[in-house]
Design a protein around this ligand. Structure first.
Ligand code: 6PG
Length: 476
């Protein structure tokens, strides 16, 4: 009896995906560099389905039916490269190698090209949902040859989360597209978490609410427009008490945020593509600032210059924060989808933003009720220039605009940092501005570097002999 799929790399994500596959009736070949993990999985969960235990990579490949499908779940980077090489040496044309790790999309492009030269199908897939999602239904973002998706797709779709009967898995496009959209997903996850953090911080510092009260607010928000996995678990994280001290656990957690890299990659790619993904960038930088322990300690006694006290109407300000969070979240998604459109154009991927929003409705970390609105927006207008221009979002943001401004203004006068709220509002104001100070930037560039500028009243490029009264313009 051969396996329909194999999983190599049985840390928690790999194990849970293997179990998910087995629970769906597939025979799953198991492989791990150290056999102990394989045996632990079989001992604890061997009765959940049909597994084939293998020790060597050769046995693993031999246990797979053809075309072989091998899912790699090892650490992104060099470890992934060496497993790919090992597998490729044992496989035959038509076989499928799937990398389910958080790989950098440019690595996936390189690997796919190398494998296709050898007649192998290489699928780089984003998988979101953490441990729980891997076991019970993640959101899956596979990129690679369409031919590979034909045989692999049904299998991945069956183990993915489902929303209204629709699987949270679709073929994203060729080569690196799956890992690219997963990268941007994580960037949006960073922005979302930073915005939630700022909302929490405002309730704590501007309204001096207790952690339990703030948990209640997030719980309530989760039954409104903000309904989402991250808002739901924020209420749970805030409600958790520390077993040792009895305090809210959040108060004993060190306020330095870690990061494994996907947020940073998103911002680097946004810079290369020239897309202002400001919400994600602020979130990445906010994590970096939080971790600058020495600087923060040295700066503790810097002046606050606080201009105002707390808002007097607590309920109103909580409602303002809700609106600011919603509007800033729309900005983060709008920017993320802009980046996906730009990446798709750059690499000829033809990513369908509506299909992507559809598979993000369930399973993944950024799953939210709000994704339905994004699906609708792209269904109504596939060429939408920005999500902010979709009628629903245009209306929703405009309804919350006063609140958004009050939140940023209050934070500023009270000296509370809100980098993501503030930069998202500035992005919105910049986007809708009739004139931007970029005209001055162009003037300065032309002044010191003869970089030329365009005129509002006629075509062409111009250079001015700055300061000369007589001849001020030279057409270039
Ligand atoms: C997901 C998560 C997952 C992981 C990130 C966290 O979609 O399931 O995004 O991929 O938790 O790696 O990234 P940081 O460690 O950088 O916060």
């Amino acid at each position: 009896n051969l396996a329909q799929i194999g999983v190599t790399g049985l840390a928690v994500m790999g194990s849970n995906l293997a179990r998910n596959l087995a629970r769906h009736g597939y025979t799953v070949a198991l492989h791990n560099r150290s056999i102990a993990k394989t045996d632990a999985l079989l001992e604890n969960h061997g009765d959940e389905g049909t597994f084939i235990r293998t020790e060597s990579m050769a046995d693993f490949v031999a246990a797979l039916e053809r075309p072989r499908r091998a899912l790699i779940m090892v650490k992104a980077g060099d470890a992934t490269d060496s497993v790919i090489e090992e597998l490729a040496d044992l496989m035959e044309p038509g076989d499928v190698i799937i990398d389910g790790g958080n790989s950098l999309y440019t690595d996936t492009i390189r690997r796919e090209a190398a494998m296709s030269k050898r007649g192998l199908n290489f699928v780089g897939t984003g998988i979101s949902g953490g441990e729980e999602g891997a076991l019970n239904g993640p959101s899956i973002m596979p990129g690679g040859p369409a031919e590979a998706y034909e045989s692999l797709g049904p299998l991945l779709e069956s183990i993915s989360a489902h929303v209204d009967g629709t699987p949270c898995c679709t073929h994203i496009g060729p080569n690196g597209s799956g890992h690219f959209v997963k990268m941007v997903h994580n960037g949006i996850e960073y922005a979302d978490m930073q915005l939630i953090g700022e909302a929490y911080d405002l309730m704590r510092k501007a309204l001096t609410m207790s952690t339990d009260e703030i948990a209640d607010v997030f719980r309530q928000w989760n039954s409104g427009d903000l309904e989402s996995y991250l808002v739901e678990i924020t209420a749970e994280v805030l409600a958790q008490k520390d077993a040792e001290t009895g305090k809210p656990l959040i108060d004993v957690i060190v306020d330095e945020a870690g990061q494994k890299g996907t947020g940073r990659w998103t911002v680097k790619s946004a810079l290369d593509l020239g897309i202002p993904t400001t919400g994600i960038a602020e979130a990445v930088f906010a994590r970096a600032l939080s971790s600058s322990r020495d600087q923060r300690t040295a700066a503790r006694d810097l002046a606050s210059g606080k201009l105002a006290g707390a808002p007097t109407d607590r309920d109103r300000f909580v409602a303002d924060i809700n609106a600011a969070l919603y509007a800033s979240k729309v900005v983060a998604y709008a920017q993320g989808f802009d980046q996906i459109r730009a990446g798709s154009a750059e690499y000829d991927w033809n990513v369908d933003p509506g299909a992507l929003a559809t598979i993000w409705r369930g399973g993944c970390i950024i799953r939210a009720k709000f994704l339905n609105r994004i699906v609708d927006a792209y269904r109504d207008d596939p060429d939408l220039p920005s999500l902010l221009l979709a009628p629903y979002f245009r209306e929703a943001v405009s309804a919350g605009l006063d609140s958004w401004r009050r939140v940023v203004a209050t934070a500023s006068t009270m000296g509370i940092p809100v980098p993501a709220f503030a930069s998202s509002l500035s992005y919105y104001d910049g986007l809708r501005a009739e004139r931007l100070p970029a005209a001055l930037t162009q003037g300065l560039r032309d002044f010191f570097g003869a970089h030329t500028y365009k005129r509002v009243d006629k075509p062409g490029s111009f250079h001015t002999l700055w300061g000369e009264q007589t001849r001020t313009e030279v057409e270039v």
